[in-house]
Structure formats: structure tokens, C-alpha cells
Design a protein around this ligand. Sequence first.
Ligand code: PMP
Length: 539
Amino acid sequence: MEPAPSTIRDDFPILEQTVGDAPLVYLDNGATTQTPRQVYEIFEEFYTEYNANVHRGMHELSHRASVAYEQAHDRLAEFVGASGGRKEMVFTKNSTESINLVAYGLGMSELGPGDEIVTTEMEHHAMMVTWQQVAKRTGAEVKHVRVTDEGRLDLDHAAELIGDDTAIVAVTHVSNVLGTVNPVGELADMAHDHDAYILVDGAQSVPTRPVDVEALDVDFLAFSGHKMAGPTGIGGLYGKRHLLEEMDPFLFGGEMIQHVTLTDASWNELPWKFEAGTPPICEGIALAAAADYLDDIGMDAIRRHENELAQYALERLEARESVETYGPPSGEERTGLVSFNVDGIHGHDMSSLLDDRGIAVRAGNHCTQPLHDWLRIPGSVRASFYVYNTEAEVDRLLEAVDAAADELPRHLASDRYHDRILDHHRNPRNAGGLADPTLVKSSRETTCGDDGEFHLEVAPDGTVEAIAFESDSCAVSQAVASMLSVHLEGRPIEEVANVDGLVVDLLEDTFPELRHDCVVGPEMVIKEAARQYLERTVE
Ligand code: PMP
């Protein structure tokens, strides 16, 4: 059965709402999918009928909760093609924790100098950063398989990198930015030919296509419930049974033990050995309901629906001269997501403009900063689809993209921002660098996700004599940087170090709610710059 969005949508009441005056178009499924009735009703059932801790009580409620929770493991094992049932399925919080479980349980304990970790340039930070840390702590070396100009993995390069020193290949199945579907079966063969393990990040594949760990012969597969119509707070790690048996637990405490003395402990059987403390019980049971829900639609049908929507969107975006898209070109199968940029409009502005029309997308680097560096872009806009999305919704996205350049000025002057923002956008003050700044602070060193630099010239008496900024950030962020530079010039550096909510004050509290990083980001950067300057001068 093909997914039929008209009937599927009835299962997702959240989609019926309007945002402002416009019907919601939810295209941020790569981040989190919506949850159908069949899944969230499990919460009511659990909390009204059998809420209790698992594996601890002799009473009826605990028994019911334990059985349902255990069976949920079997169901998820089956969902990803693991014949070993619960012994091969550990529940975690999310993909990130699943990856960390392998990193700690296997990487930290087994790797050392001379070992190599082969990963790729297109990894999510969940993989990228975790294996970086394993390498730093163990002395192993990380190698990255190149991404080709068309956004695929360079398999010749993979074959060069994967060798006898490779201990583990850590690769994403589907890129959360490029939409590329990687040939993980082939990579598994390469890894196994050299007695290396393969860990696959299935965060974007398990929700969107049939995944069969045994057919692919992968050793570990990580995935998240909240990206597959399930709840947040629950994810899974498939692992081959003999590998999980050999691995050390990564969290210690109750539930994961078998026998404890004052000085030692032995571990519980699989998978409980990896599930220390009270687990996310209802979430796990609901995740099994999500697997049932997706299987009722059919994972093959979901894969086709994802690909059709992606092709529909991609062909039309590619046809627009002002739009640049990333990842394999249309015509090649991909998952249901499209990342793009529109000339002259920063991704944050675009997503904010889309939000004005009720369209939810994500903009930024999508936790793949090195991939965006490689693409030489600070960020991208990502529209990602799921079972309930339709071509008509893609059409609304395209209309909004076409209207964006005309709408930006009105948007900047709207209630959401302020006509002062529009003024600074049109006439930025102090844009460009200073010839001889006393200090320079890049927003990349802070967490705001913008891409800009403040230059400050500080006089010996601590007065800020000049401020300038260089920025590739969004229009809002640049306008705010301009406003701040005007306001703070001539003030004592201590005052800059202690700003707190200044931008909101400057905008006279006209925000209905301050929810935009781009508004507060520049203030964080300049404040941090001043703080660091003061710390240095005190020393
Ligand atoms: N890997 C990929 C490819 C992802 O897209 C994501 C989520 N964006 C993750 C890992 C991390 O998932 P979670 O935040 O659920 O741990």
C-alpha cells in the first residue's frame, strides 16, 4: 500500500493547526517527526493502566510493564531485521547515546595507538565528535572518506583508507544534509575483509526505508525514536549478539547488574547489561507502536514516498537560477530531504520567512559543520519530508522561496523584529574590519551559530573607541551587530562585558517573545570578547 497522505494525516492531529493565519506545513522531519495517535495513545494507556517500574516488582503492574517493555525490544529488533530479538537490541536515549555506547564499550577499551577509525566527511556531529574523542583518548587515528562533488561517498577512497589497521568503520547510512543513501553493505564488506567492525548511523535511514542489519551485515546500527514517528527520549542500538556480549557496559548502576558485593559486581544478561537505572519504559513501548505504525504503511512504500517528494522538490529547486541545492542531483534516489540556499538570503532569514507562512524547516549547519565547511557555506536550509507530507506542501515551500527576496524587508520591520532592524539592515553602520583592532572575536567561537567577527579598539583607559563587524550571518544578526556597534562605541569595556538583554532593551521590548538566536547571538559575542579582554588585562 502506498502512503496516502489524506488518510495518514488523520492520525496526526497536530498537523491540523494554523501558524499565524496559515495552515502548518511541517517540513522539519529530519530533526523530529510528528507522532501519530496510535503512538501517543500508548502514553495514556500506560499511565492509566500499568505504570510501574520494570524488573523490580513482583506485582501485577510491574509484571505488565516489564513484559511490554521486553517485547518492545523484540519488536524493534524485528523492525531492523535482527533475528536475535531483544539480545541484540539495546534501548538508549537516542542515536547519539547509541553511538557513544559503542565508542565507550568498544572504542575506548579496545583501541590504541596504531589503530585507525575510518569515518566520513558527511557525518553528523554525533559520529564525528564521538570518534574524534575516542581517538584523542586512545591514541588511535581518525581518517575521513572524501565526499565527491555530487555529494556521494568516494568509494575508491574508502577502499584506500580501510586497511589492516582499521579497527572500526563508522559511517552514516543516509546523510541528513545531502540526502545521499550510502552503500553500507559494500562498506561492511570492506570493513570485514580487514577484520574491522562497522557501526552505522541509522538516524535518517531507519525511519525512511527498509533496513535489514543481517542482509547488510552491519555490526552495530544506531537510531532514534523521535525521527520515526516515535516519542523523544528513546532510541536503539542494534549490535551483533557476540559483540554485545564481549563489550563493556558504559553506564553502571541498578538494573544492569547481576550480583554485587562491596568490592565487585557482575553484569546482567543482554540487553539489560547496557540499560542502567530505570529505563524510558513507556517511551520504549510506544516506540514499538511506532514500528507497528510504519510497518502498516510499509517501509518500501515510505521509501518511495520519500524519494518522490524529494525528487519533486529537488527538480523544481534546481530549475530556479537563484537556488543552489546540495547532494546528488535529481534523478538519483535519495531520502526525503532537500538542502538548499537562495542567493542573497541567509538560511536563518529564509527559515524565519517560511515560518511567517506556517512552514517549518531547519536552517544552519544541521550538526554537520565540517560538511558545510567542505561545501564552503555557513549553513543551508533543509526541507525534510515524512509520510504525511504532500506535493501541495512542497508547492507552498516553492512559492515562499520565490517570494522571499520581496518579503524580507517587510519581515524585518514586522512585529517579530522592529523597523530599527530594517533600518540597520538597509544602512549597516560600522560594517567591515578595523585596521588595528585591540581584540577580535568570532561568533564561531561561541555557540550562537552565526558567522561573523567583531573588531574592538580599546583605549588604555578602557574606553571602547571603535567597533566594527564583518559578517556572513543573516540579515537580522547583521542588523543587530550594527545596532550594538553604534550603541557601545565610546562606552567603558566593563559595560560591554556586562551587557544583559541590551538588544531587547534597544528594541524597546517590542518582541512578542524573544525566540530568535540571531537577535541575541551578536550580544553574546561582543560580551564574551569584552570579558576575555578584561580577564587578559587583569592577568
Ligand atoms: N545522526 C544523524 C544522521 C542525524 O540526522 C541525527 C539527528 N539530527 C543524529 C545522528 C542524532 O540524533 P539524536 O539527536 O536523536 O541523537
